[in-house]
Ligand binder design. Structure first.
Ligand SMILES: Nc1ncnc2c1ncn2[C@@H]1O[C@H](COP(=O)(O)OP(=O)(O)OP(=O)(O)O)[C@@H](O)[C@H]1O
Ligand SMILES: [Mg+2]
Length: 367
């Protein structure tokens, strides 16, 4: 097995920097997920580890050894690419034997590895089929298997589930998570899907515009996002984010906007904001940190129901405070909530312990 360490990696394409000063490490057996929007540099970073991308600065270490400029074949890495790229004219067995033949493995060993992986991926009945005779999920397992037969010390996957429909994705995801845990192969997995990142990763590396935004466990990324970008990326539906003016009144910070004013809890403090002064900020509140009540209560804000969207046992309710749309996650268990209809009046309260505040200009979180 292996550890991976990237230190201050920079990649330029055509004079433009697409990966900026990226540093992170992946422990032995760890499942790391690189997540970020399209074009944020995820595939490029994976390619710096395999040796397929030109590195303009920084070092890549595998097991402590500097491989920044080592040729691809000297790195014991298996990669599943963004497009599955199976050989259409070869059967599943032949697709899997291909890398083993190239490595000049004895015939008997080739057969054994293929049979073992087929059993692991439940593909034994399909070994004689060609890719066009397989479902999307089976093709994805062929791509995975072709990497696994090599018994790699490091497994890199670039959006391997991208081509699958929602249900198959969830199945493939949990099968893959179990497989990774059983084999204990150090894995770096790329996705733009925050739900997939949360479901799979023991470590999540969040990227935007080629810059690492945060590295942490799924829980840390969700509960303690370091900035507005990370806060807005994770969670479905995502966090509500409102521009507010923050001012200090008798020591207490108040966030105002036309539709509401709310006293902020003491753990949110903008240092150096004097009494009477005010500053622009962004207030964040997750849909599950808002409550709906039928009747007004302490600190509640009146709103009208705009859209009700059932999601299984819960509802996503978009309410309007004047013209401001606020998304609330509510339990269907309460009868009056289960029967909410548009234009009804409701009362919203914010869970003040679960508010986030970000500096308007930098997006950094106020802690
Ligand atoms: N070979 C290349 N030559 C020039 N520019 C490139 C090259 N490869 C990638 N880029 C650019 O680098 C940036 C990062 O690309 P990359 O493929 O790493 O993004 P990504 O996060 O994997 O995106 P996606 O989710 O769409 O796959 C993009 O702006 C892309 O256009
Ligand atoms: Mg990519």
């Amino acid at each position: 097995m292996a550890t991976v360490q990237l230190d201050h990696i920079r990649v330029d394409y055509d004079g433009k920097t697409v990966v900026h000063d990226v540093s992170f490490s992946v422990d032995d057996g760890e499942f790391a997920v690189l997540v970020g929007p399209s074009g944020s540099g995820k595939s490029t970073i994976l390619r710096t580890i395999t040796g397929y991308a030109p590195i303009d600065a920084g070092t890549v270490r595998i097991d402590g050894k500097d491989v920044t400029y080592a040729p691809v074949r000297e790195r014991d890495i298996a990669m599943v690419f963004q497009n599955l790229a199976l050989y259409p004219h070869l059967t599943v067995r032949q697709n899997w034997e291909f890398p083993l033949k190239a490595a000049k493995l004895p015939k008997a060993e080739q057969a054994k590895r293929v049979d073992d992986v087929a059993r692991m991926l439940e593909m034994t009945p399909y070994l004689h089929r060609y890719p066009h005779q397989l479902s999307g999920g089976q093709k994805q397992r062929v791509a995975m298997g072709r990497a696994l037969v090599r018994n790699p010390q490091l497994f890199l996957l670039d959006e391997p589930l991208g081509a699958l429909d929602a249900k198959l994705r969830v199945e493939a995801r949990s099968a893959f998570k179990t497989l990774q845990r059983d084999l204990g192969i150090t894995t770096i997995y790329v996705t733009h899907d925050q739900i997939e990142a949360q479901a799979l990763g023991t470590k999540i590396i969040v990227l935007n515009d080629g810059i690492v935004q945060q590295v942490g466990t799924p829980e840390t990324i969700y509960d303690n996002p370091s900035n507005q970008f990370v806060a807005g990326l994770f969670g479905s539906p995502p966090m509500n984010l409102f521009d507010v003016d923050v001012s200090r009144d008798q020591g207490v910070l108040i966030a105002h906007r036309a539709e509401f004013s709310i006293a902020l809890p003491p753990h949110l403090d903008i240092e150096g904001l004097g009494s009477g002064a005010s500053t622009g900020a962004v207030l964040g509140v997750r849909p599950e940190s808002l409550r709906l009540q039928a009747r007004p209560g302490e600190d509640s804000i009146a709103a009208t129901v705009f859209v009700v969207e059932p999601t299984g046992h819960q509802l996503i309710v978009d309410v309007k405070i004047q013209d401001l749309i606020v998304r609330v996650r509510a339990d269907r268990g309460e009868e009056w909530i289960a029967t909410l209809t548009p234009d009804e009046i409701v009362h919203v309260t914010f869970d003040r312990r679960r508010l986030f505040l970000f500096h308007r200009s930098s997006g950094d979180r106020v802690a």
